[in-house]
Design a binder for this molecule. Structure first.
Ligand code: ZN
Length: 405
């Protein structure tokens, strides 16, 4: 039995400004006791704040976002499987140190995400340190239109039949990742090119995914592409720049989730020289981010499921820090603190159909502990004091881990 004592806590929906004792046994939360409880024989852990482990809903584990040199970023793409795996493993360690216990990898062309998932799932025979790494939810290789954006993460298809066949070949993917639109022209404040798939092609993919029992996630920005994605029944819109009130209403009605990935675009505005963005582009980025900020609050008010995701691995976006930068932006956009925390705990787990995300008896012991409550500042969540996955504790002070009885 493990007894985690904290001065304050978040249960997945609400903040509690009172001490709590969380008992963990056999990989599950056995009980949540208000106050400080002395449990004879239990191993005691003390933290300032305890909450469900954080979920990063959009990352590319094989990529290092903090590598900003274009030549080295390009060279990394040629580095090969062993380097990608080592990079992914380091990034999982960074995520763990940031209190993240589940990461949704949204695609890489080499399927490194699947390999990392297998490494982490091997909790008994793998390296001891790997046993407390975050759980990986893996899309495997994404799907894109031949010749269109997404070469680093996606396989090419040419029509509805080949697109549906590509979906059916993804029985080992946790999510089906579809590249629906291209990248953003910052100066024009618009998406480059039209949608990669029309309604009948995308519907062929979403129905093939439903037959497989897999959720769909779409890289998708711009009114035209999002309109088709919502019609086709996509599970979550990734990025979703240029959303508007009418689309948000339809997303709320259809139960379409949204992963806003605020930070990669905000980073470019702060570092325009890194992407050769001129003054017009910087002005366009300001308009894009103003609209995105307003849409975040509108989405929250409409009850759209917001999944906190940073697109970590993208230029400028570090694994771990990226999620916390995104959360800070949601708070700044006007979301209440409990809603910000829910976007990285209970909401993504509900949308992904996974248990956890709540601090309650019977839930999996997927937890993150911090030195202080985020009420004192969201930045207190940037560095975890401890994480717990299935009862296995990782502590920030030491790199060793062990299983709780
Ligand atoms: Zn991405």
């Amino acid at each position: 039995m493990l007894a985690i004592h904290a001065d304050a806590w978040f249960d997945g929906e609400r903040l509690h400004h009172a001490p709590v004792t969380v008992c963990v046994q056999d990989g599950r939360i056995a009980a949540v006791h208000p106050g400080r409880l002395n449990l004879p024989g239990a191993e005691d852990v003390h933290v300032g704040f305890i909450m469900p482990g954080l979920v990063e809903s959009h990352a590319h584990l094989f990529l290092d976002g903090h590598e900003q040199d274009p030549t080295r970023r390009q060279a990394h793409m040629e580095a090969g499987r062993e380097v990608f795996l080592a990079t992914g493993r380091r990034n999982l360690q960074r995520l763990r140190a940031a209190g993240i216990t589940l990461v949704r990898d949204c695609g890489d062309r080499w399927g490194i995400n699947h390999a990392l998932r297998a490494m982490v799932d091997d909790r008994t025979t793998g390296r001891p340190d790997d046993r407390t790494l975050p759980q990986v939810r893996s899309a495997g290789i994404a799907i894109r239109r031949k010749g269109r954006y997404g070469s680093f993460m996606a396989e090419e298809v040419v029509d509805a039949a080949s697109a549906a066949a590509a979906v059916r070949a993804r029985a080992d993917s946790d999510d089906i990742k579809i590249v629906m639109t291209g990248i953003i022209d910052f100066a024009a404040a618009a998406v480059k090119g039209g949608p990669q798939f029309d309604l009948s092609e995308l519907s062929a993919m979403t129905s093939a995914a439903r037959e497989l029992g897999k959720p769909t996630v779409a890289h998708c920005s711009g009114r035209e592409g999002i309109d088709i994605a919502v019609r086709a029944g996509i599970g979550s819109i990734e990025h979703g720049f240029f959303l508007d009130a009418e689309l948000l209403d339809r997303m709320a009605a259809a139960g379409t989730a949204w992963t806003p990935t605020w930070i990669p675009v905000a980073w470019v505005r702060e570092h325009p020289e890194a992407c050769a963005v001129g003054p017009e582009g910087v002005a366009g980025l300001g308009r894009i981010l103003d609209q995105h900020r307003a849409n975040l609050l509108q989405a929250h008010r409409r009850g759209v499921a917001i999944l906190a995701g940073s697109d970590a691995g993208s230029l400028g976006v570090r694994h771990g820090d990226g999620l916390h930068d995104d959360l800070a932006a949601y708070l700044e956009a006007g979301l209440p603190l409990p809603a910000v925390l829910a976007a990285a705990t209970s909401v993504p787990r509900r949308v992904m159909g996974l248990p956890g995300g709540r601090l309650a008896a019977g839930e999996p012991a997927d937890l993150a502990g911090f030195a202080a409550s985020p009420l004192a500042g969201l930045s207190y969540l940037r560095r975890a004091a401890m994480t717990c996955i299935g009862g296995r504790i990782w502590r920030a002070e030491a790199t060793t881990s062990h299983a709780a009885a």
